[in-house]
Design a protein around this ligand. Structure first.
Ligand SMILES: [Zn+2]
Ligand SMILES: [Zn+2]
Length: 309
């Protein structure tokens, strides 16, 4: 349904293919041109090979979970919403303790607080962070953990392959200097090929490494401040708007609005991290294991609140 719809996004499909290709290329170069020539016959070959492949395996596992997991799509109602009666509906919502729920006019459904509509998925996503083409899916309440784990392992794999390539390159240069006379013309074509692979992998590792580390940092900041990028943008715009209006009118509106907007930042940082990564030990935070979904602002989420639509 909607998950199939988002897989049809051409940009997302290209990014998915690029991700898998980059991972398999990195593994190929590391094994074929780094570990086998530089560490053959040594225990380091097995050790580096095992650790590097374990990181790639975890990277792919987290990526698959982020791609195929439900990011927190708000279910569509069975019956159409009567938009002419919205005013009375919203007053009933408040009465039943569902304050903050809104109606999305695009997918015509009731959505809990902090849910936003994604134009690519064409659905509302609970605590939507952003739509990521690299996982061809939204990053939302239910798959943010897997997305962050994917960033973490991509960063680790990039750093590890950089270290391995640089070490092998230095080893190769030293070797050439020592045994220059023995094999002069023999290795010339493959030598260029090897150096080309080293350069491509280094560029790939630096680009992906820097890219994922920046996003990783942003994700952690958004969790700790309890503000998704959409909410950050909205709050900044509201503050700017309020400053403009307060200079012309009274400042009462600013003082009334700010505490409401910033109220959700008072939770402890560890509690906010646990909401995303689960209540298990920090070791479990590194594994793509399912953690029980959090409730929405204390309300256990169901497909639809019992409104008379
Ligand atoms: Zn929507
Ligand atoms: Zn989306």
């Amino acid at each position: 349904m909607a998950s199939v719809r988002c897989r049809r996004d051409p940009c997302g499909v290209i990014c998915l293919i690029l991700t898998y290709f980059s991972v398999f290329y990195a593994d190929y170069v590391v094994i074929q041109y780094v570990l086998i020539p530089a560490y053959s016959g040594s225990v380091w070959c097995t050790l580096h090979g095992s650790v590097f492949n374990l990181i790639l395996l975890l990277l792919l596992a987290c990526h698959s979970k982020a791609v195929f997991s439900d990011p927190g799509m708000v279910p569509l109602p069975d019956t159409a919403i009567d938009f002419s009666d919205l005013r009375s509906q919203s007053s009933r919502m408040s009465e039943r303790g569902c304050e903050g729920w809104t109606v999305c006019s695009r997918c015509e459904t009731y959505r809990p607080p902090r849910a936003h509509h994604c134009r690519v998925c064409q659905r509302c996503i609970r605590r939507m962070d952003h739509h990521c083409p690299w996982i061809n899916n939204c990053v939302g309440e239910l798959n943010q953990k897997y997305f962050i784990q994917f960033l973490f392992y991509t960063g680790m794999a990039s750093l590890y392959s950089m270290v391995l390539v640089v070490t092998a390159w230095v080893w190769r240069i030293r070797n050439e200097r020592e045994g220059d006379a023995d094999k002069e013309g023999e290795e010339v074509p493959s030598k260029h090929l090897i150096v080309a692979h080293y350069i491509i992998l280094l560029v790939e590792s630096v680009l992906f490494g820097v890219f994922v580390m920046v996003i990783f940092y942003d994700q952690l900041v958004s969790i700790i401040t309890d503000e998704t990028p959409i909410e950050q943008m909205r709050n900044r715009l509201t503050v700017i708007k309020d400053r403009g209006s307060s200079s012309s009118s009274s400042s009462a509106s600013l003082s009334l609005r700010l505490p409401h907007q910033l109220s959700h930042t008072r939770k402890p940082k560890l509690a906010l991290l646990r909401e995303v990564f689960g209540r298990g030990s920090i070791f479990c935070w590194l594994l793509p294991l399912h953690s029980s979904p959090p409730s929405v602002s204390g309300i256990t989420y169901s497909a639809l609140p019992d409104y008379d639509v």
